[in-house]
Ligand binder design. Structure first.
Ligand code: ZN
Ligand code: ZN
Length: 253
């Protein structure tokens, strides 16, 4: 399995132009984060988790020429605003793009992109919606997907396990009943927004506590806001076997 971090940032606390903070002023490429997304290549298939506002740029940057399907974690803008840009894949491969998400997320996509779902206007994106929840056991291009319920504050959203890899973004808490789904994973990706408390996102401390609880051989943090601090400074705060993900990071497991 090959994991490519397409984006490791967020629109939450999005930097304003000219922001004087250490992250925005940093010349370290690891401090330049597009919105949160990951590409999973597994058993000859390519799966994208979330299609945020930077999706097109991310596909160009990763040189991705084919996608077997898209898993959506939730309907917030930084995770779905790039859906329109699946069109090149539709045209190039004459395929409808499978998109998986919770019922409320798919409903929201229909409201947000009415032109995709109404009528047959030529040239619009073509998607095949698959409704899932934490009790579903879907397959995507033959690959078993395990949806995991995550609490994004009060909003129940989905994380995903694929093989021995689990991806939980916009995480605040998780119900104990979902923890067995993480048993035996080799790599955990979990979000950590900043060091200060936030009502719907885990702080660095909360994410580190969760990572310690899961105790995967390797954990990567993603969905960092610019108020977290620089990659270099934050890396000093982390225990062994936990690292900060950065855009373009590729891991193999
Ligand atoms: Zn969110
Ligand atoms: Zn988010």
């Amino acid at each position: 399995m090959k994991i490519t971090f397409l984006g490791t940032g967020t629109s939450q606390g999005i930097p304003i132009i000219g922001c004087p903070c250490a992250v925005c002023q940093s010349s370290d490429t690891k401090d330049k984060r597009l919105r949160c997304s990951v590409q999973v290549e597994y058993q000859g298939k390519t799966i994208i988790i979330d299609v945020g506002p930077d999706f097109r740029q991310q596909m160009l940057r990763a040189n991705t020429t084919y996608i077997d399907g898209i898993l959506i974690t939730h309907g917030h803008n930084d995770h779905i605003a790039g859906l329109d840009d699946i069109r090149p894949f539709n045209f190039l491969h004459e395929m409808d793009m499978p998109v998986y998400g919770q019922a409320n997320v798919l409903e929201f996509l229909k409201q947000r992109y009415p032109y995709i779902f109404q009528g047959n206007y030529p040239g619009v994106p073509r998607v095949l919606l698959h409704e899932i929840d934490e009790n579903s056991r879907p397959t995507l291009a033959g690959i078993p997907i395990l949806p995991i319920l995550v609490n994004h504050g009060n909003l129940p959203i989905l994380g995903y396990r694929i093989g021995d890899f689990a991806y939980l973004t916009d995480f605040k808490t998780i119900n104990d009943s979902e923890l067995p789904k993480l048993t035996g994973i080799k790599t955990l990706v979990v979000s950590a927004l900043q060091q200060e408390q936030h009502h719907s996102h885990a702080t660095l401390e909360e994410s580190l506590a969760f990572a310690a609880q899961v105790d995967a051989p390797m954990t990567y943090l993603t969905h960092l806001s610019h108020s977290m601090g620089t990659h270099e400074a934050t890396a000093q705060l982390l225990p062994e076997r936990i690292q900060i993900a950065y855009d373009g990071l590729v891991i193999k497991l």
